[in-house]
Design a binder for this molecule. Structure first.
Ligand code: NDP
Ligand code: MG
Length: 394
């Protein structure tokens, strides 16, 4: 009898992480090894349809209701079922799957990822916004569903891999590495005038637009600090950031005996995705191997919180607790959108987020998901106000 196929779903299959996930799936046997229950995208209908045909996905969903007809037509005559809209996304996430890749970008990923978690799937988490916004409510939802929460973000995968079983009590600190992005050596003055096209060019990693801009502003690292707190149950003072321009050490764990364990590799998300897919085993993957002689050196420098205030804001969010994670995330997504539309400058993103975080410092901590969405909505409303004022003052 043939071995049973692993049932998987990919939320956000048309994005950078989604495409890499399908590549890993193909490397590990494709349709012979995996039964793809559902894939989801939003605007890239032709890619979604192509992925459905090659993976044999049972269901393909676009989040964008207005694109339903296009997707239906592209998949006419195939065995893939087609659906569209927010409810359909949740239905896709709730399908019986053993493993679900959560790779939608932004808070839009929270409801579908939660649905998958509550149904009990193992969650491979790329969508860090779930943890930043919903924190332990999200961690608890996964635990209650009975699945495992396996990080995909390269830093958190590195920490996950460097954590020794039963030694959590001996963890002194974690050190998140940051490439420093394209503006690592730039002055604040020079950063003032950059556009989204300039900011999206990352020196080491090829990623989606949001995270590329977040790497340039270091808001991505800021969100990752909060992500780490919830994933590994850390105190704020245990979370450090070090700039490491080569992105070879993906992050480290420091123990009470002075040892530091790290995970290294070429900057290629397929390693972290493959690990999340086969954990606790390691897959055989066709990715570039590290050549240490060629590398010759690894550099480190302290992050500059004056040029990159996002890090300071993350620390404030960690110390304040309450709803500040959801607030920071909602304000940052709104400011990012306004920056991409050319409405505010690169440096104004942090100003907007700081204003909203300060204004909402007393906003109550969420006790359920409605509370998370309420904090997110209020942060977006306030951020939109600050953005309009900033535009009028310019
Ligand atoms: P992309 O922008 O490349 O892809 C995002 C995916 O989400 C696409 O499938 C997109 O569909 C879909 N999508 C966009 N908007 C919505 C919406 N409103 N509702 C439902 N689906 C939507 O992002 P990345 O792959 O770069 O990132 C995905 C997540 O993984 C993010 O949370 C990011 O922080 C995290 N991550 C990414 C890394 C990377 O290397 N890229 C590394 C570590 C973490 P479509 O394209 O069809 O419009
Ligand atoms: Mg990362």
């Amino acid at each position: 009898m043939a071995a049973e196929k692993r049932r998987i779903s990919i939320l956000g299959s048309t994005g950078s992480i989604g495409v890499n996930t399908l590549d890993v799936i193909n490397q590990l046997g494709g349709r012979d090894a995996f039964d793809v229950q559902a894939i989801t995208g939003s605007s890239n209908i032709s890619l979604l349809a192509e992925q459905a045909l090659t993976s044999g996905a049972r269901l393909a969903v676009t989040a964008d209701e207005s694109r339903y007809g296009e997707l239906k037509e592209a998949l006419a005559g195939s065995t893939t079922e087609v659906a569209a809209g927010r409810e359909a996304l949740i239905e896709a996430a709730s399908r019986e799957a053993d493993w679900v890749m959560a790779a939608i970008v932004g808070i839009a990923g929270l409801a579908p990822t939660l649905a998958a978690a509550r149904r009990g799937a193992d969650i491979a988490l790329a969508n860090k916004e779930c943890l930043v916004s919903a924190g332990e409510l999200f961690v608890n939802a996964v635990a209650e569903g009975g699945g495992r929460l396996i990080p995909v973000d390269s830093e958190h995968s590195a920490i996950f891999q460097s954590l020794e079983d039963d030694q959590h009590h001996a963890v002194e600190r974690i050190v998140l590495t940051a490439s420093g992005g394209p503006f690592r050596t730039w002055t604040r003055d020079k950063m003032k005038g950059v556009t989204a096209d300039i900011a999206r060019a990352h020196p080491n990693w090829s990623m989606g637009l949001k995270i590329s801009i977040g790497s340039a502003s270091m808001f991505n690292k800021a969100l990752e600090m909060i992500e780490a707190k919830h994933l590994f149950n850390l105190r704020p003072e245990q979370i450090e950031v070090i700039v490491h321009p080569q992105s070879i050490i993906h992050s480290m764990v420091g123990y009470t005996d002075g040892s530091v364990l790290a995970q290294l590799g070429c900057p290629d998300m397929r390693t972290a995705i493959g690990y999340a897919l086969t954990y606790p085993n390691r897959p055989k993957l066709d990715v570039e191997r590290l050549d240490f002689a060629k590398l010759a050196r690894l550099d480190f420098e302290a992050p500059d919180e004056v040029r990159f205030p996002a890090l300071r804001l993350a620390r404030a969010a960690l110390q304040r607790g309450g709803a500040q994670g959801a607030v920071m995330n909602g304000a940052e997504e709104t400011a990012f959108q306004a920056f991409c539309e050319g409405r505010i400058g690169f440096l104004a993103m942090a100003d907007v987020v700081e204003r909203v975080m300060d204004d909402m410092v007393m906003f109550p901590a969420a006790t359920d998901m409605e509370g998370v969405f309420a904090a997110d909505a209020e942060a977006r409303r306030l951020a939109a106000e600050v953005i309009t004022k900033t535009e009028m003052a310019a």
